[in-house]
Design a protein. Structure first.
Length: 325
């Protein structure tokens, strides 16, 4: 059997994407967990993107051409998940709640990712007094609970009664401050390891500036594990937003739909046997967090050779390929 060429052995670009590559190398229970997480995550994203098309009513709509909606109505043909005490459709508010959640996740994680990676690159490469100060600050920020900081930011930004963007920014800024040390530490550790490699020393010898070395040679190699942190931090962002709404510091119901606020209003309904107003927003939080967590944990296991599990057929193919080469 002939030795395959490098061109034929090289996988196409889409096969090397984080989730796709992990799906290809997974098998058995690990593949089942990853697929289950992807299905739940895709449902969450689809609900957020197409909420106006999926939901039969607006998130703050309490009447139509036939009159006012009934209050605390049980699920039926018109209101498949029932209505709330204010006459809102539970199904519509749950779908629109996914849109609010995904905005917070995007804003918080992207801000913390950008700032944390930048600081980690500079601190790890330059070292010295700047590195020591950043490490001390990162350790100090770990002492701040994200939910408590989110409450403070909500009061500062919008006096506790948030509009749509006020609530999103209150949660996003607080989560960003707490998440920056995580990205900072991961990138800094990788940069400190990589800056002693021959390719970095070669770039320094030919006269490349520190900025060129950091952003051309170190950035790509130091950020390979960030997709794992992204998925886990997305769940923390979602839970922080839900906690704000549950405690009454979230977004007003007429400004946007938010799962934590709906759970807060459903507490009094539960004592009266009205289960539908709290069940579906609660399930949305649980399933979304479960989906994102399964994706992150599966990717983490597959990245670690000690935790990776191969099927018998895949192991035989890898062994045969190694013998052939």
């Amino acid at each position: 059997m002939s030795i395959p060429s490098l061109a034929s052995a090289r996988k196409p670009w889409f096969a090397r994407l984080p989730v796709v590559s992990h799906l290809r190398m997974s098998s058995g229970l690990q593949r089942g967990m990853l697929i289950a997480g992807l299905v739940l995550s895709v449902l969450f994203i689809v609900s957020a993107l197409f909420a106006p098309l999926i939901a039969p009513f607006d998130f703050a709509q309490s009447s139509d051409m036939s009159g006012d909606f009934p209050r605390q109505s049980a699920p039926d043909d018109k209101f498949i998940w029932g209505t709330t005490v204010t006459g809102y459709d539970v199904f519509s508010r749950t779908m629109y709640g996914a849109r609010t959640a995904i905005w917070v996740i995007i804003a918080a994680v992207l801000m913390s990712l950008f700032i944390g990676v930048l600081l980690g690159l500079i601190s790890g490469y330059l070292g010295g007094w700047f590195d020591r100060i950043m490490v001390v600050l990162a350790d100090a920020i770990y002492a701040f609970p994200s939910l408590l900081l989110a409450i403070v930011m909500s009061i500062v930004i919008s006096q506790g009664q948030s509009s749509l963007w006020g609530g999103i920014m209150a949660a996003a800024i607080s989560i960003t401050v707490v998440f920056i040390p995580q990205y900072f530490r991961v990138v800094r550790a990788e940069v400190m390891r990589l800056k002693a490699e021959p390719f970095v020393e070669s770039a320094q010898v030919i006269g490349s500036s520190p900025w060129r070395v950091m952003f051309t040679h170190l950035l790509r190699n130091a950020t390979r594990t960030l997709p794992l942190i992204f998925t886990l931090n997305a769940t923390e962002a979602l839970l922080t937003l839900a906690g704000l709404g549950f405690l009454g510091f979230g977004i007003e119901p007429t400004a946007a739909s938010e799962w934590g606020f709906d759970l807060n209003r459903a507490m009094s309904d539960a004592t009266s046997g009205i289960w539908w107003t709290g069940l579906f927003p609660g399930l949305a939080i649980v399933l979304t967090v479960m989906g994102l967590t399964l994706v992150g944990e599966s990717m983490n296991d597959l990245n670690d050779p000690r935790l990776r599990r191969f099927s018998r057929k895949k192991a035989q193919r890898i062994t045969q390929a190694g013998v052939t080469r």
